[in-house]
Design a protein around this ligand. Sequence first.
Ligand code: SF4
Length: 430
Amino acid sequence: MLRVAAVAPDSIGSQIGLERGDELLSINGRELVDFLDWEFLAADEVFRLDTRTAAGAARSFEVERSDGVPLGVALEPPKIRRCNNRCDFCFVDGNPEGARKTLLIRDDDYRLSFRYGNFATLSNLKDKDVRRILEYRLSPLYVSVHATDPEIRRRLLRNGKAPEILPQLAMFAAGGIRFHTQIVIVPGVNDGAVLERSLSDLYAFGAPVLSVSVVPVALTAHSKLDLVRPPTREEALRALRTVRKWAARCRGERREGWVYGSDELYMLAGEPFPAAEEYDGFQQVENGVGAVRYLQKLIAADRRELGAGTLAGQRILVLTGTAMGPLMPEVLVSLQEATGARFECVALENGFFGASVTTAGLLAGADFQRALAARQEGYDLALLPAESVNDDGVFVDDLSFAALEAAARMPLRLSYHFTDALGAGAEAAA
Ligand code: SF4
């Protein structure tokens, strides 16, 4: 069911009389199942829309809109498609008590893969899903491949019925769909010769496989550690060598790296990150691939816009995870030069998931609370990673940013890449 969550004032939606709570039933007689139908079928300039009000009254509208004018209708969030797999490394199993409810959902949703770049395994597709992907040309899709060998992939997914990924990709590729793919490395299962074969198979696809990221398995203190373990430094280094070998071949033949190790893989291997240019436009930065170089690039680009005048002489606390902690000085030195402020970075250990979880985006509200309580005085501002809260401003442990802010003795700001929080557009620090 597709229901209206909000209608923007003065929009086409409000002009025709749509209201919050209305059900959107069909367009030109075709049933609306979810947001994809809405986005694609309502893209026409003229269409007939059938709805039902919250009180149950059926209504019908002839909608006209010029190309590109938004309808101003926000939908209620979609019901997430659940996954059929039971991967040993599933992050859901790694959650402790008290985790935010949405972290407990095993989502495997091709629609979110297309819309938001969430990785999906495509192992739960029904025939009608396949038809929709092809009809709406949902491209690119973000696909968790892990291994192209069907038996090894089934073992990784703990799903004996998972369809073979290569024929699936081939079928979608024939329909014009492109893919960003990822391989999560589980030592002893899909590294070594299996990784070689997976990269070889994906490379053979040519243009439809846009990129591959190779990411070490991420585990928490609560994961199934009796079944899966993180790669050792030597294993990470071996995987990285394979990545580099294929990237060099691809750069020679296709003039781009195509396969990229995640930042975490470089850190585990104890190797320096490649230069920013080697990430070829940072296609998988959201997946932790080239995040550090991306940050440095943004700071360098926005240097002139950073609030130099207003920030000079200020003392700014930067809270991050232990992964970024050692890399932060490289980033902060350019910020310091650009703004005249003094930045002090504190790398927080994750008290919620355990020390093995090093990414800033998974720090809990309580982790920040502790860090701020220990540093009450002397700071003009504290910057927290914006990825650590969801769209409602809530941390993984259900604490809200608003509550943290209310109790803090210094102004707090969420920031993705510093320039968003410190740039000319950002509110000047108090
Ligand atoms: S595909 Fe695996 S890791 Fe992803 S949600 Fe399902 S069980 Fe968890």
